[in-house]
Ligand binder design. Structure first.
Ligand code: GA4
Length: 331
């Protein structure tokens, strides 16, 4: 295990982790086995040869960069992000703060198109880019979820993907922008006595509540994952890959075989980072429970069945970093 510091100011200097890289164009059985292994060991992996067109990614990135380059007063016309729109520094409803600005959307094409009017001077172009991107990454998420079910030998291989294919799926899309922050903090970072700079927390530690997250960022690092309590390991950025991570609901649906791992994002001292995240979620009324194949006398059901609506409510009533899945544990 790589050793890293719990102090964000110092963590950057530790060796980055090499996440498993899954080539989606390889042989199907091999791919599904690799994905299962990655989800059990890391809860995170990268996918290459994912089939999402470069044009779709580039258009979305351009629209995001154009938006964040606007003056604050203009961006605020699209806010506040409670529940959807532009947010700056405030995360969630319970006082969490980070060095981040963002746009949060539900994935319904109609509401994206309505929202675009306050976001862009060319709303049609903006909503076309967002809808196209969401459609493409949703397809990728479904493909990955089917591969997971196959790798787990679950008979109904659409058991996970069906939830995000549903027209009532409560999936979200988020654009995060982390402006560069140069901070030479003598108090918190001993290394700053030698003129080193340190990083600030852009988005504090948390796990994603949903099923699966498909993340892409520009070539600026900042994402860190915590495989051991208090140990933060940087994930190097790769603009050619998507980073995929298991959410709390998938941990419950795999009866704890897959892990929903805590992660956070730090700011860079000199460069701005933009990430685009699709959070695949069930419909609010859908029941979350592990399929029969994953429950055995040796591995009894870990979590009581719950609806996504119930889980979402619990998530929003807690602070960002608080564990929520434990509230649903049976024993
Ligand atoms: C984390 C994952 C997604 O970004 C998000 C976040 C949401 C928010 O920013 O409003 C939450 C956070 C996220 C987890 C717990 C709750 C909800 C802030 C918060 C304190 C959009 C999501 O679905 O959950």
């Amino acid at each position: 295990m790589v050793v890293a510091s719990p102090n964000p100011a110092r963590a950057e200097k530790f060796q980055p982790i090499v996440l498993p890289v899954v080539d989606l164009s390889a042989e199907r059985l091999e791919v599904s086995n690799l994905i299962v292994k990655a989800c059990e060991e890391y809860g995170f992996f990268q996918v290459i040869n994912h089939g999402v067109s470069e044009d779709i990614i580039a258009q979305m990135e351009e629209e995001g960069l154009n938006f964040f380059a606007k003056p604050l007063s203009e961006k605020q016309r699209a806010g506040p992000a409670t529940p959807f729109g532009y947010g700056c520094k405030n995360i969630g409803f319970n006082g969490d703060i980070g060095e981040v600005e963002y746009l949060l959307f539900d994935t319904n094409p109609l509401s994206i198109s309505q929202r675009s009017n306050t976001i862009s001077n060319d709303p049609k172009k903006f909503s076309f880019a967002v809808s196209g991107y969401i459609q493409a990454v949703r397809g990728l998420a479904c493909e990955i979820l089917d591969l997971m079910a196959e790798g787990l030998w679950v008979h109904d291989s659409s058991v996970f993907s069906r939830m995000i294919r549903d027209v009532e799926s409560d999936s979200l899309f988020r654009l995060n922008h982390y402006p560069p922050i140069l901070c030479k903090d003598r108090e918190t970072s001993p290394s700053s006595f030698h003129g080193h700079s340190s990083s600030k927390v852009g988005f504090g530690e948390h796990s994603d509540p949903q099923i699966l997250t498909i993340l892409r960022s520009n070539d600026v690092g900042g994402l860190q994952i915590s495989l051991d309590e208090g140990v933060w390991v940087p994930v190097p950025p790769d603009p050619n890959a998507f980073c995929v991570n298991v959410g709390d609901v998938l941990q419950a649906m795999t009866n704890g075989r897959f892990v929903s791992v805590r992660h956070r994002a730090l700011t860079n001292s000199y460069k701005s980072r933009m990430s685009m995240a699709y959070f695949g979620a069930p419909p609010l009324h859908a029941w979350v429970s592990a399929p029969a194949e994953l429950v055995t006398p040796q591995k009894p059901l870990l979590y009581r069945p719950f609806t996504w609506g119930e889980y979402k409510k619990a998530s929003y009533s807690l602070r960002l970093g608080e564990g929520r899945l434990d509230l649903f544990r049976k024993h």
